[in-house]
Design a protein around this ligand. Structure first.
Ligand SMILES: *Cc1c(COP(=O)(O)O)cnc(C)c1O
Length: 223
């Protein structure tokens, strides 16, 4: 295992510096953005390499893969934080609630009910982002834009803790209007956390107010 905790030339160090610079440009406090290292498809060794550099917040998009990699890592590094960023099936709610610290992909009532039941059973409240289908794309997950106000109300009524909004803008177009729309929706609904920005557009997202960026390939290399 390579350790280079103080090296300034790692992808992690570069991304951290870029985030700090974008925060500064936007007049936001340094450290206002949480970097989530998306480790899907990557082996435990690659994750440990980032842990050795000080990274503690990770994200996965499949329950089974996260279950295979993280319990062992958590036993050795108790301060790890694990985020679920992928489509979640209702029948995986118990496993997800047991494993993840935050869920970014709450997007429909059936899942909200399954999560609420699982959280009650486990005696554990896992904060959730509502995923919004910000580009109104047919194939994409996320709550439809017109449904958001009612969905939010229903999810809160179930007792789920909604902390913010999450989105993946359409590919290959300028993302800033989508980030700005997500930020406006969050403001309108009294939510202060924004999960937006990936390897190709995280600096734009940070300038528009992202509190969480989800970065995979820029950190770990191509998948
Ligand atoms: C894979 C994934 C990411 C990270 O994507 P990169 O382009 O590799 O940074 C972020 N968010 C979600 C929901 C993902 O599935």
């Amino acid at each position: 295992m390579t350790t280079h905790s103080l090296a300034a030339d790692t992808p992690l160090a570069t991304i951290r510096a870029n985030i700090a610079q974008s925060e500064k440009i936007a007049g936001r406090p340094t450290g206002a953005t949480t970097l989530i290292a998306i480790s899907k498809t990557k082996p435990v060794e690659a994750i440990e390499d980032l842990i050795a550099q000080g990274q503690r917040v990770f994200g996965e998009n499949r329950v089974q893969e996260a279950e295979a990699k993280f319990p062992e890592l958590r036993a050795r590094y108790p301060d790890l934080e694990l985020h679920m960023v992928g489509q979640l099936q209702s029948n995986k709610a118990d496993d997800a609630v047991a494993l993840f610290d935050v869920i970014h992909s709450l997007d429909r009532m059936s899942l909200a009910k399954a999560l609420a039941t699982a959280m009650t059973k486990a005696g554990r409240q896992v904060p959730c982002f509502i995923q919004v289908n910000i580009g109104e794309e047919e194939q994409k997950g996320g709550c439809a834009l017109p449904d958001l106000p009612q969905f939010l109300e229903q999810v809160r009524a179930l007792g789920l803790q909604v902390v913010g909004l999450m989105a993946v803008p359409p590919a290959d177009v300028e993302p800033s209007p989508y980030f700005a729309l997500l930020a406006k929706l969050a403001r309108d609904h009294g939510l202060d956390q924004l999960s937006m920005g990936m390897s190709g557009d995280y600096e734009t997202a940070v300038r528009i107010g992202a509190t969480h960026v989800r970065i995979g390939s820029a950190l770990f290399g191509a998948r």
